[in-house]
Ligand binder design. Structure first.
Ligand code: ZN
Length: 195
């Protein structure tokens, strides 16, 4: 089995990993988790090992475990510690992750605001901007097909698959039925009129 399988499903069958003692294996797994969490790009330091849960704090057991990882090619010694083999090949770099986290946060904020906006609009008798039907709140989960047609959605006027933005200006309150019918088309392409 090649190194490609490290960090992937079935990774515990990897030859290098199978040879490890339980202590070394735990140290290897914990180090990956902590490096991910802390965004160290795979760097492990003696200080960071000190705070790993259940890692040997000092002494022979710890030295042996580290030696096993180094000898097995799973950790490479560097100034001030070790780097986890192929870490960045399989895990996101801290930089990439920061971008993604910022985007996730933005998306979550948007979706929270939009959910409350939709709920507010529905409770004030909002109607579908395509067919004019009175909208109902779908999040309560009334699953009859008649109700479902009127569930309130936020339609991307220019769909995202055609480069439409996620900004408020590109969103229209619509019923579930119109939203589904329109699919990945602009109102024009779908022959629908935005009121
Ligand atoms: Zn509609």
């Amino acid at each position: 089995m090649s190194d490609e399988s490290l960090f992937e499903f079935g990774f515990t069958h990897n030859r290098k990993l199978r040879r490890l003692s339980d202590v070394a294996f735990r140290l290897w797994v914990t180090a990956i988790d902590v490096a991910n969490e802390d965004g160290t790009d795979g760097l492990v330091t003696p200080d960071s090992i000190d705070v790993f849960t259940k890692a040997p704090k000092t002494g022979k057991e710890r030295e042996t475990a580290i030696a096993e990882l180094v000898d097995g090619g799973l950790w490479h010694p560097v100034d001030g510690g070790w780097v986890i083999h192929d870490f960045l090949k399989h895990q996101e770099s801290a930089e990439g992750r920061t971008d993604r986290k910022a985007m996730d946060r933005r998306r979550m904020r948007l979706s929270r605001n939009r959910k409350s906006y939709v709920a507010f609009a529905v409770s004030n008798g909002a109607t579908c901007r395509y067919c004019g039907v009175e909208l109902i709140d779908g999040s309560g989960g009334s699953w009859s097909s008649d109700d479902q047609k009127r569930w309130a959605c936020l339609d991307h006027i220019v769909p995202r698959c055609q480069g439409g933005s996620d900004s408020d200006e590109n969103l229209a309150l619509s019923c579930w039925l119109c939203n589904s019918k329109k699919g990945g088309r602009t109102p024009e392409q779908a022959g629908m009129v935005l009121r």
